[in-house]
Design a protein around this ligand. Structure first.
Ligand code: NAG
Ligand code: NAG
Ligand code: NAG
Ligand code: NAG
Ligand code: NAG
Length: 595
């Protein structure tokens, strides 16, 4: 994500300027032909003059500067295209409607939306409307076949890698949530949401998407942007279509696109939904934005499901019954038990010995009323079930990846143990195992009322080259990094299956979950220091009087627990690492925050 993020402020600025020019209503553009903003961007010119479109009159978040949102009013889809409808009586009939075109340019998008296997843009997604001042206005509108959606606002959201839950959480949900709360529409029912997936192969809405979108103010109906495309057999009109996560390009296409004096507004997918309140130049600096986001999402779920707490207890009870821990009619209190979920994946980064670890954990801790179970978000059949699954747990353990994003929904004081893949100095990917700053994933837990703990896995977590004496670092490296034998493909952290010593989980449970009453910050810090854990975020008592809970970060040194680079490391080795990094980068041009 490093590269993506250094690029972000630029994208943000370009976007803000695009929006200043076109806000609040695309139909009332001004400042055309001035170029002071470009000079301002490069620092050569004077500061920008005051804008004529005052934001203080902006009523909705999509009319705000910096929102990376734009909107069109009164638009219909039918057959193969989009067109402006009649102003449905309640808007000024004279409102000028612009020509607007969504471009998905491969060579631009490959910079920000590349995947392991390249990029396959979803060609079904097309959006272009011709200026309403053209003579063809309403030509396609027919009262008998066209109808307006009863929901006034239809919101399309886009961001890079939004098929990955962590990326979706920080690039779409974070900024969008802030906008929607700061500038609410008149009712939650007013907004219906669609996700624009750039890559056709990733274009599936997952329960996780619905879960996180479900925590925002909207009517709870979600679909993909592809599903909103015009149909041959129906004509559907929308009072307002809002696009968030886009950049407006200052491009004007050929005059055949109508309205020579105005040109066509061109917009394109951007990297994220920006918001000055949640964007920071340093993405590792979480501030309190993720704490606020988590609180607001959970508040919304509780409002939507007033019986949520009762259902969580039922869910916990079912877990305990299924494992024969309590009987159906057993009056014993579910509340006494702590449930630890070990995350199970079916493909890539598979926890190979998870069953053994669960068994050992239960043998050891059942007497202490701690039960370990495997959890799999992919097995949850609905967003609601994912929510129940996570709100029922007292701790989640897993390797960097999708499941840990949902851990943001754990109850207050719960623990997240992130297992850090073993990435020695000669392998690319150390950015995912940091211990001196939060991990890319860990940023979303920073400052929250959750405890986020990390444990660097060692060489023994890697079930490869077992015939080699691993104390012989050089022999080990040659075997692991061997491309000819195919070992290297299984050694790359993102694809590597792993083993976790049952002792690690034992140590975690006894250090943190058995000592639950002891939540003084200093005590927690000391406890963690004596072990092999890094306490990225501790929600603990300050120890002052009166003692209040605060979020504290106790990082470790850089590359703590990793084999140190030998001083005599040869030049060729450096080159090998660089090459390998380069190979990886060709596949992942940005170091993604989540994967
Ligand atoms: C796509 O973007 C590239 C680079 O920005 C540009 O050179 C090219 O002309 C664009 N292609 C189209 C079809 O607009
Ligand atoms: C816009 O107008 C041009 C020129 O008349 C036409 O070729 C094109 O199909 C129109 N596009 C839409 C979406 O109606
Ligand atoms: C709509 O009709 C056109 C022309 O008849 C056809 O090519 C296209 O495949 C149809 N689209 C859908 C979604 O049915
Ligand atoms: C493994 O290698 C280390 C260091 O090279 C050596 O000291 C040790 O004796 C070796 N162990 C075995 C079992 O060969
Ligand atoms: C890499 O693997 C190939 C095929 O198994 C083997 O022939 C070769 O000796 C290995 N290279 C090293 C440096 O271990």
């Amino acid at each position: 994500m490093r590269r993506g993020l250094t690029a972000l402020p630029t994208a943000l600025l370009i976007c803000a300027i695009g929006l200043r020019r076109y806000s609040p209503n695309l139909g009332r553009r001004n400042n055309r032909g001035t170029d002071w903003d470009d000079r301002y961007l490069t620092g050569d010119g004077p500061p920008p003059p005051p804008t004529t479109t005052s934001t203080s009159t902006a009523k909705y978040f999509w009319e705000r500067e910096g929102s990376s949102c734009i909107h069109v009013d009164d638009v219909c889809g039918h057959g193969s295209g989009w067109f402006y409808g009649p102003s449905s009586g309640h808007r000024e009939a004279s409102l000028h409607q612009p020509s607007i075109l969504l471009v998905q340019n491969y060579s631009d998008l490959i910079e920000t939306h590349i995947y392991l296997d390249g990029l396959m843009i979803d060609g079904r997604i097309r959006f272009s409307v011709n200026s309403s001042s053209s003579t063809t206005r309403h030509g396609n509108y027919d009262d008998s076949t066209c109808s307006y959606s009863p929901v006034p606002n239809h919101l399309v959201v886009q961001s890079a890698y939004n098929d990955m839950m962590g990326e979706f959480y920080s690039r779409t949900i974070l900024g969008l949530n802030r906008w929607m709360r700061d500038f609410p529409t008149s009712s939650h029912e007013d907004v219906q949401t669609y996700i624009h997936f750039i890559d056709r192969r990733k274009g599936r809405i997952l329960e996780g998407h619905e879960l996180f979108l479900g925590g925002l103010p909207n009517n709870g109906i979600f679909d993909s942007f592809a599903a909103l495309m015009p149909k041959n057999d129906t004509c559907q009109c929308y009072e307002r279509l809002i696009f968030c996560g886009y950049v407006v390009k200052d491009g004007i296409t050929t005059t055949s696109m109508i309205d020579a004096d105005e040109g066509t507004i061109i917009f394109a997918p951007g990297q994220s939904i920006t918001n000055p309140k949640t964007d920071k130049l340093d993405w590792r600096d979480a501030g309190d934005k993720y704490r606020i986001l988590r609180t607001e999402l959970i508040d919304t779920y509780s409002r939507k499901w007033p019986d949520l707490n009762e259902r969580i207890v039922q869910y916990q009870k079912r877990i305990l019954i299924q494992r024969g821990i309590i009987l159906n009619d057993d009056p014993s209190d579910v509340i006494d038990w702590k449930i630890v979920g070990l995350t199970h994946r079916r493909a890539r980064r598979v926890w190979l010995n998870i069953d053994d670890v669960v068994t050992t954990c239960n043998e050891k801790f059942r007497l202490h009323r701690i039960v370990c179970i495997t959890i799999n978000v992919e097995a949850a059949k609905s967003a609601e079930e994912q929510l129940l699954m996570h709100r029922s747990l007292h701790a989640v353990v897993g390797v960097h990846g999708a499941q840990l994003t949902q851990a943001i929904l754990l109850p207050t004081h719960a623990y997240v143990l992130e297992l850090l893949p073993w990435v020695p100095y000669y392998l690319w990917g150390e950015w995912v195992t940091t211990t001196h700053v939060p991990t890319p994933l860990g940023v979303i837990f920073t400052g929250t009322d959750l405890n986020h703990v990390g444990h660097p896995l060692g060489r023994d977590s890697v079930p490869l080259c077992l015939h080699v004496n691993s104390s012989d670092v050089e022999a080990d490296r040659l075997c692991l990094m061997n491309q000819t034998s195919g070992v290297m493909d299984r050694f790359r952290w993102a694809d590597r299956d792993y083993i976790v010593s049952p002792r690690t989980i034992e140590e975690f449970v006894s250090t943190f979950l058995l000592n639950d009453d002891d939540t003084i910050c200093d005590e927690m810090r000391k406890r963690a220091e004596r072990t092999s854990f890094v306490l990225y975020n501790a929600f603990c008592k300050s120890g002052g009087s009166p003692s209040t809970f605060i979020a504290q970060q106790y990082y470790r040194e850089k590359n703590w627990m990793l084999p140190k680079k030998p001083h005599d490391m040869g030049q060729d080795l450096m080159i090998e690492k660089l090459n390998e990094g380069f190979l990886r980068k060709k596949r992942y041009p940005t170091e993604m925050q989540f994967k």
